[in-house]
Design a protein around this ligand. Sequence first.
Ligand SMILES: C[S@@+](CC[C@H](N)C(=O)[O-])C[C@H]1O[C@@H](n2cnc3c(N)ncnc32)[C@H](O)[C@@H]1O
Length: 453
Amino acid sequence: MSETSSWGTMMPGTGRALATPPDAPPSPELVTSKHYSREFAALTDTYTGDPIDVSFRQLVGPLPANEYTHGLYPYPARLLRHIPRFLLATDAIVDGIDLVFDPFVGSGTVLLEAQLRGLAAVGVEQNPVAALASRVKVLGAVPDNILTTLTRVLDEARRTRRKLVPSTALERWYSAGAFSALARLASQVAAGAPEDRDLLALCLALTARRVARTDPRIPVPVTSERNATATSADVWKAWASEAEAIARKLGSLPPSRPEAHVIQGDARNSAVWPNAEQAQSTLLLSSPPYGAAQKYVRSTSLEAGWLGFAPHGRTIHIEHDSIGREHLSAADKTVKLTQVWSDELRADLALIAAKDHRRAAIYVTYFTDMQNVFQNARARSVKRIALVTGTNNVVGGTLHTSQHLAAIVRALGYRHTISLRDPIRGRSLLTARRNGTPSPSEYIDVFEVPDGA
Ligand SMILES: C[S@@+](CC[C@H](N)C(=O)[O-])C[C@H]1O[C@@H](n2cnc3c(N)ncnc32)[C@H](O)[C@@H]1O
């Protein structure tokens, strides 16, 4: 099944699309009422170079569960939305900004928060399932007949005998009845009108997740007794319920929002970045991948299968372009510490290499990939950067990933204006493991492009 995207205006010289900055100021209903400029200024005043402990949950206060389209799709490692909510309501962060750029979109938390603040947003995401979920999350014009469209597809699937099985590897994850019903739905989704394709694909992905014989408590598919005897009727019920939830959530979005676009691509590729002119008023706000032990691709492998992104059940081609991957190619398995810019990072990686060569190679690859990403920011002189990162426990020690990433950004000439640490872990991060488990703190680092750049 091919991917569909709704592009905005084309970005000059790249053939890529970028959102058009809003012509008119955002309508008041868009803007969440609170501003945090005073709180942020107080933090900046006390900043001496060491991270300041804050609780974004306390600063922002309770937010309704799954408001708007947050929670539309259960992606792992979602960003605590209090963080972009706070930052985007802070003058020091949004002054002079008319585009928010997230090179690691995930399920689209930052893009939606930017829209809610009246800021146009563009993001890049390499995992096609996450890219799909975030495209729907920030849909521009929400059609008012979503439920009718999704219900019609369900009715047609119930009537048809046509089946589409994008990958036979999916079969073992479903009862016979559920598998057959999903294949009927998949054939109707593939035949859907192009303008409905994302909505239909998302409903199929959510339904396939819900009726799988997997343990819902574990983000990656692990066989369980759940749904072992699911029938086609259970699948129709699941689709109807997901359809209702999608329509309700999309219906709750404020009617007029600036555009947001998701580019399915690789953040290392400079062609997907804002051009130099746009970059002058761009805020890069992102929670990048965490180094290792991340299973974004595996956590979406069943959905990827049903949507045609994983022929023969294989997702290795998706994983190959992921930053922070576990499986390295033969070339990447050689530890080339010379590729790493900072002396401190090289020293830390040498210590890891002495204990576990493969693990060190994974981190060398990760940091070189992230260097490439930040080089794109510097090449375009992106005005401001706000990163939400963490640390990793590696071979019995702590790798200060956030500090090393900050050092890379500083080495590119950016001024580090503040570092905050939220000890309450915001992301529901994946399975714990000995090598690579992220520690339970988020670091929020803000950088400013050098004057005259
Ligand atoms: C920490 S998650 C972002 C979570 C997001 N803030 C949210 O709230 O859902 C990092 C994301 O980076 C994506 N990613 C990994 N490598 C990438 C690459 N080379 N280019 C773009 N995205 C990539 C992963 O697929 C993952 O979705």
